[in-house]
Design a protein around this ligand. Structure first.
Ligand SMILES: Cc1cc2nc3c(=O)[nH]c(=O)nc-3n(C[C@H](O)[C@H](O)[C@H](O)COP(=O)(O)OP(=O)(O)OC[C@H]3O[C@@H](n4cnc5c(N)ncnc54)[C@H](O)[C@@H]3O)c2cc1C
Length: 402
């Protein structure tokens, strides 16, 4: 899909800049990055030096943004073509964690947490969503927040938080944790409470970083809340309003998650296209055999349709006056359609790329195995493909939970 004519000059320049950065700084050390987190942090710092981190925050705090969602899509896709774990952390640090506070105009939260992201140093943020009792319950919109098991109780001027989360990215290294809580499940959506927690809050602790098949360049760990007290102003927007932000963040997170899938799929497709040009079978390049060409054709088709859906949604999110608020059931449904198709397509593309490379697909020398490992999580997170399907049908009719 050609996007150049839809992008602004600034967006075309951003895409060129990040593409060049990835080719120069990430591609040559893709495998090494998975073994040494110091190298990952060096890449992050270089991106901070380029102004990427502060581009997610408003000028009064020293930032240069926040830019439209389309900018985030460009950044995330291009970085994920090199390394999806780095791309994910860059998105979180570059505004995803605090964007809700910016929209809600929660000045207390903005004053407290944004300045650290607008300096010259790398700074991490974390979306602490997945309850240890089950991520699908936390994220299933049909449960209207009743499945969130982390509790927040108002005591005087403070919220007291108890519970635990599993797998949040950047856990243990972040200065701020946007924590999905419930004050009282019997209140339904009014009970949903999104609360910002400082990384050094007493009572907050972390598990050991998880060992995992993919996304080895980003850190995941459990987060434990043991009577963690924060000022009541650290709650995002209050009863009812927080529910809208919950749906908004879920829609945007689903969409953002497949900007990463798109970058992974593009990288795998490029590898397969190049490999099958050089590798000969029966005296001619593999890709000139009709069966192989057919496989490449289906990979290309899925890539193109995914890209079209992802950027179309980005532009819809950037034009709420035309398409309505991002927390609507319709937008959540469209985000889930995009997520489901693009994540499954990413899985299809890395799998077929692997077949086209034969046994060399398993060798780090050909780089494909890393993308193959990274691809799977894009189908698993945010409640998995099943919860995405609930979101899809919810946009079309009032679904009754049994
Ligand atoms: C690399 C990585 C990065 C991550 N980053 C973050 C992050 O930044 N922040 C964060 O909070 N979490 C993060 N996670 C966690 C992730 O979002 C959750 O693990 C995911 O949502 C699934 O939750 P679960 O593992 O508890 O599965 P469960 O909720 O236990 O679900 C298990 C299976 O049952 C299915 N299921 C559950 N309920 C239903 C139902 N009602 N109907 C049909 N099927 C159902 C699910 O779809 C799934 O297939 C990350 C995980 C990984 C691996």
């Amino acid at each position: 899909m050609q996007l150049k004519h839809l992008f602004t000059d600034e967006q075309n320049a951003l895409r060129d800049m990040v593409r060049k950065f990835v080719d120069k700084e990430i591609m040559p050390i893709r495998e090494k990055l998975e073994e040494d987190y110091n190298l990952v942090e060096e890449i992050h710092q270089k991106l901070v030096d380029l102004g990427i981190q502060k581009a997610g925050y408003p000028a009064p705090y020293g930032g240069t943004g926040p830019g439209p969602m389309t900018n985030l899509a460009i950044l995330s896709e291009e970085l994920a073509r090199g390394d999806a774990g780095i791309s994910l952390a860059v998105g979180l640090n570059g505004g995803i964690v605090l964007v809700a506070a910016i929209f809600a105009e929660n000045k207390v939260v903005m004053d407290k947490f944004i300045p650290a992201f607008c300096g010259d140093k790398l700074n991490y943020g974390c979306l602490s969503i997945t309850d240890s009792t089950g991520g699908a319950d936390t994220e299933n919109p049909l449960l209207q927040g009743r499945g969130i098991s982390t509790r927040a109780k108002l005591e005087g001027d403070e919220y007291v938080i108890n519970g635990s989360k599993s797998w949040p990215t950047n856990a243990g290294i972040s200065s701020v944790y946007l924590t999905f809580c419930n004050t009282d499940p019997s209140l339904g959506e009014e009970g949903i409470a999104l609360i910002y927690v400082p990384g050094d809050a007493p009572g907050l602790s972390f598990g050991k970083p998880e060992t995992k098949m993919g996304f080895r360049t980003s850190i995941n760990a459990s987060v434990f809340y043991d009577n963690v007290r924060v000022p009541k102003e650290y709650r995002l927007a209050g009863p009812g309003a927080d529910a809208n932000f919950y749906y908004l963040l879920m829609a945007c997170a689903q969409w953002h998650s497949v900007t990463l899938a798109l970058g992974i799929a593009q990288a795998a497709f490029d590898i397969a296209l190049d490999y099958t040009k050089e590798r000969k079978s029966g005296g001619k390049p593999v890709r000139e055999w009709s069966l192989a060409a057919g496989i490449l054709g289906e990979m290309a088709m899925r890539l193109e349709i995914s890209r079209g859906a992802i950027y179309n949604l980005a532009m819809m999110l950037d034009n709420t006056e035309a398409y309505g608020p991002p927390f609507s059931k319709e937008m959540s449904s469209k985000a889930a359609i995009t997520r489901y198709f693009a994540a499954d397509s990413c899985g299809f593309i890395v799998n077929k790329a692997m077949e086209l490379l034969g046994s060399n697909g398993l060798s780090p020398e050909y780089h494909l195995e890393k993308y193959y490992r990274d691809a799977k999580i894009t189908q698993l997170w945010l409640g998995g493909q099943q919860v995405a399907l609930y979101r899809i049908v919810q946009g079309y009719y009032d679904y009754v939970v049994s």
